[in-house]
Design a protein around this ligand. Structure first.
Ligand code: HC1
Ligand code: SF4
Length: 556
């Protein structure tokens, strides 16, 4: 479609959702604080004003049309945007130096870009009560009422744990009846945090706990999730570095960690155990479809909203907890260190993993969970330039993983790994995948014995709600469902670097695909250290010993 942009005839994508997106595609980024491509359009911040055919209008709410005459940056528009920013800043707590979002805050960035060094208006004192009740921290004195968190929580995750309350100057975002977040149905997915443009929503920082444990002389062990190696590069100027995991192993060793293991090892183990669990359910024809259970946001969502499906969840713990349990139960004895003298630090892309490690029935397995962002803070504050740190392999035995285990970090990885094990055990003739809609894929595997396995791969809890509705009313007949709460799987987790939008998440999934490609072992069944764990302690899948160490319970 031809339009005029700043006096020049320009071709734009006629299918763009709105003018703002069409302009972005041709390299003009219109400032905005409340526009999200994955939610409804809100139009609250008014920062995306442009001039269309002589009228000032918001570019997020107008569809491009043939021949429209657009001016994106006139003195009038500049003044209006600057005025909006000043008003926002006047009601914003500007403690930037200690703010978690400093350096990553859209409001701070715009204030700098628009040359605002002084705010003309008096600062409006907003309630400064910070909700520290949960892993997700809410500070309304930094909220600019853009509503991004409200829309993501309601529209993408179908949870609605937070909403607008009160009017005018009193308006605030909060859980219903002013409850603390911990008392709501929030699943700690952190998607509100990743979409918040300021420091109003952040997550608990646990770096101090790591240093405290070191100071106390604990035997420090780290373990790293698959998705971390696809994203931490963004924070460290190491774009596309495929061996960043190895550099991190070396770095962690140099600051005092005795061992560094790979959570992908435990992912192999989980896929192996879960495949046998699935096979048993298929044979017995019970508790189907089987839902994967390694995403703690999804588990909490099921506990709140689908108690009738809790028996369908795989009882195998997540890889994080499986490795925690093995290290504390068996590895501690092997190295002659009391479990209470070990400090196991899990490095995760996910905010809900902090909550998972603190669940009553899993307590004591993992001591501290830090996110990709916290690890990057540790690296940057230590002064190390990771580029100059050579990669080291993960420690054995829990550092070996197959391609399947590594692929857990992106959507489809868990199901593909379970399928790999089934393939090795039962034989598969043919696999076909159909995209049903964004975030919902159906894979049909024809087994050698003539049976078929219908697997559904779902991300986003809103999609899960849709899918469960269809399973309940018989519209959808599937045997196994992989669920990840965040878009594109763990690569899009709430603890990942900012920005954490669709484009970035897709790129991380691509990087992870390349990392996965490097590894020699293909199937979990080839992971010889995993198999020897069965020989030594677990006996065989679903054994009493395996149940004691690898399985868990859910609560409603
Ligand atoms: Fe995940 Fe998992 S894949 S949940 O996405 O099963 O967080 O990366 O570590 O536990 O392995 C997250 C990632 C992660 C677990 C594994
Ligand atoms: Fe909603 Fe997830 Fe944020 Fe909780 S963490 S308020 S569930 S978006």
């Amino acid at each position: 479609m031809k339009i005029i942009v700043n006096g020049k005839e320009t071709i734009i994508n006629e299918n763009a959702r709105n003018l703002l997106e069409a302009l972005k595609e041709i390299g003009i980024e219109i400032p905005n604080l409340c526009y999200l491509s994955e939610t409804s359009i809100y139009g609250a911040c008014r920062m995306c004003l442009v001039e269309v055919d002589g009228q000032i209008t918001t570019s997020c709410s107008i569809k491009p049309y043939e021949g429209m005459n657009v001016k994106t940056h006139t003195p009038e528009i500049y003044e209006m945007r600057r005025g909006i920013l000043e008003l926002l800043l006047a009601s914003h707590n500007r403690d930037c130096t200690t703010c978690d979002r400093s350096g990553n805050c859209k409001l701070q960035r715009y204030a700098e870009e628009f040359g605002i060094r002084k705010v003309r208006f008096d600062n409006i004192d907003k309630s400064n009560i910070i909700d520290y009740s949960s892993v997700i921290i809410r500070d309304n004195s930094k909220c600019i009422l853009c509503g991004d968190c409200v829309r993501v929580c309601e529209e993408v995750q179908s949870i609605g744990a937070i909403d607008f309350a009160f009017r005018g100057f009193e308006a605030q975002v909060m859980p219903a009846f002013g409850e603390k977040l911990v008392n709501t149905n929030c699943v700690l997915c952190g998607q509100c945090v990743t979409h918040c443009p300021t420091g109003a929503l952040t997550f608990r920082n646990d770096i101090e706990k790591v240093y405290k444990a070191m100071k106390e002389g604990k035997y420090m062990i780290a373990m790293m999730a698959p998705a971390v190696r696809a994203s931490i590069q963004e924070e460290l100027g190491l774009e596309n570095d495929l061996v960043v995991a190895g550099r991190i192993v070396n770095f962690l060793k140099s600051i005092g960690f005795k061992k560094v293991f790979d959570v992908s090892f435990a992912a192999d183990l989980v896929a192996y155990e879960e495949a046998y669990e699935f096979k048993q359910r298929l044979e017995k024809g019970e508790k189907l479809p089987q839902f994967t259970s390694c995403c703690p946001g999804w588990v909490k969502f099921a506990e709140h909203h689908y108690p009738e499906f809790l028996d369908n969840l795989s009882t195998v713990k997540s890889p994080q907890q499986v490795l925690g349990s093995i290290i504390k139960k068996h590895y501690a004895k092997e190295i002659g260190v009391a479990p209470e003298d070990i400090c196991l630090v899990s490095i995760m892309p996910c905010t809900a993993k902090k909550f998972e490690a603190e669940r009553e029935e899993l307590e004591g397995e993992v001591d501290i969970v830090i996110t990709t962002r916290e690890l990057s803070e540790i690296i940057r504050s230590s002064g190390f330039d990771l580029k100059n740190v050579s990669p080291l392999p993960f420690d054995r035995p829990y550092g070996l993983s197959s391609q399947a285990g590594l692929s857990f970090g992106k959507t489809g990885g868990v199901f593909a790994s379970v399928l790999r094990v089934l393939e090795d055990e039962l034989g598969i003739q043919d696999v076909q995948t159909n995209v049903m809609e964004k975030g919902i894929n159906l894979t049909i595997a024809k087994m050698k014995d003539g049976n078929t396995v219908r697997g559904l791969i779902v991300f986003g809890l809103g999609n899960v709600k849709k899918v469960i509705g269809k399973i309940k009313n018989g519209e959808l007949d599937v045997d196994i469902v992989e669920v990840m709460a965040c878009d594109f799987g763990c690569v899009g987790g709430g603890g990942q670097p900012y920005p954490n939008n669709k484009e970035v998440r897709m790129k991380r999934a691509e990087i992870l695909k390349e990392v996965v490609g490097i590894d020699g072992l293909i199937s979990p069944t080839e992971n010889y250290h995993m198999l020897s764990l069965y020989e030594k302690y677990l006996k065989h899948p679903l054994s009493h010993e395996a149940h004691e160490t690898l399985h868990t319970i859910y609560k409603n």
